[in-house]
Design a binder for this molecule. Structure first.
Ligand code: DOR
Ligand code: ZN
Length: 357
């Protein structure tokens, strides 16, 4: 599709979100719409409570998601399986071959929200990796070690060294997405790996560094996992996202939590970026003088990696300064304590999605 660039308007092939959390129940009813209005497909994370560990749970969840898609909007949720120490490889293989699972997600046990049932020992599921390598099923990784003696800001780099490098040596044909990368190490590692290894980059890790969490007080709205790192890492991520390299593509990791769960003595990790996600990325690409590379990052490199067709519809953004509301409003009722704070709340953004089709 042709790329139109003018000072005030860009038209892109419709993008996909290669990493999103939709939750369940009332929250699901509210948070699917902002994603489906902009993105044609999304890779849906399985860290529900209980997690999605079988084909039936995934098909039922997909059905509930479809019920939350606003009328008349074409949207395809791509489901993922949650790896545990004892999920049978045969279940993954059947789910993948039947078109139910698009990928499997590896959460190291206790690394993040609803990951207690995740993998406690990667060595114990090597037969799962063997199956995935054989059938070409993508492995999506939350790449952080959980050892208490490893500093939280080092957990991604240590995971790459301790777990990812040996895994890829053992399974050189495994297709891997290192999700929501946050460090220069991850950027360099992915760039140096072959075409089977890719990474998603979130809007928030392109905008904020770790100071954001402590700016003027404790700012839970900016707490996510992996936590934002130092400024030089953010700059490396911006270079990677805007590099035009196919190993880096869009994945918002939009992760809504009710305001009451964020603003608590033990607040949840997650940033709800869905409402203005594409605008947030456009801001970064514009600031980096790389708007002509936004389409490839948002709409091409993801489907190419996953072996899926490119979308044929388009979406237009206009240069239009607007202030992001302090609370997300939905056509579905949200109780006051479920109020969701969108990423960029009360900040101004320079681009706005104006149309689909
Ligand atoms: O910030 C995060 N929130 N990181 C994750 O890995 C999980 C997510 C969530 O589910 O809330
Ligand atoms: Zn996530």
């Amino acid at each position: 599709m042709g790329f139109n660039l003018s000072p005030d308007k860009i038209t892109l092939r419709q993008p996909d979100d290669w990493h999103v959390h939709f939750r369940d129940g009332a929250m699901l009813g509210s948070v699917v719409a902002p994603t489906a209005r902009v993105f044609r497909r999304a890779i849906v994370m399985p860290n529900l409570s209980p997690p999605i560990t079988c084909i039936k749970a995934a098909t039922n969840y997909r059905e509930r998601i479809m019920q939350a898609v606003p009328e008349g909007i074409p949207f395809t949720p791509l489901m993922t399986a949650y790896l545990t120490d004892d999920l049978l490889p045969e279940v993954l293989e059947k789910g993948y071959r039947d078109g139910v699972f698009a990928a499997a997600k590896l959460y190291p046990a206790n690394s993040t929200t609803n990951s207690a049932m995740g993998v406690s020992d990667m060595g114990s599921i090597y037969s799962t990796f063997e199956t995935m390598e054989r059938i070409g099923m993508p492995l999506l990784i939350h790449g952080e070690v959980t050892d208490k003696d490893v500093d939280i800001f080092d957990r991604e780099a240590v995971f790459i060294e301790r777990h990812l490098e040996p895994l890829l040596k053992s399974y050189p044909d495994l297709r891997v997405v290192l999700e929501h990368i946050t460090t220069e190490h991850a950027v360099q590692f992915v760039e140096a790996s072959g075409s089977l290894i890719a990474a998603t980059i979130t809007p928030h890790h392109l905008h904020i560094n770790r100071n954001a969490m402590f700016s003027g007080g404790l700012r839970s709205d900016f707490y996510c996992l992996p936590v934002a790192k130092r400024e030089h890492h953010r700059l490396a991520l911006r270079r990677a996202a805007t590099s035009g390299k196919p190993c880096f593509f869009l994945g918002t990791d939009s992760a809504p939590h009710p305001r009451s769960s964020k603003e608590s003595s033990c607040g949840c990790a997650g940033i709800f970026s869905a409402p203005f996600a594409l605008e947030s990325y456009a801001e970064v690409f514009d600031q980096e003088g790389a708007l002509d590379r936004l389409e490839a990052f948002a709409s091409e490199f993801g489907p190419i990696f996953y072996g899926l067709p490119l979308n044929s519809d388009s979406i237009t953004l206009k240069r239009h300064k607007h202030v992001v509301p302090d609370t997300f409003t939905s056509s579905q009722p949200i109780t006051p304590d479920q109020g969701l704070i969108p990423f960029h709340a009360r900040e101004s953004l320079s681009w706005r999605v104006v149309e689909n089709g």
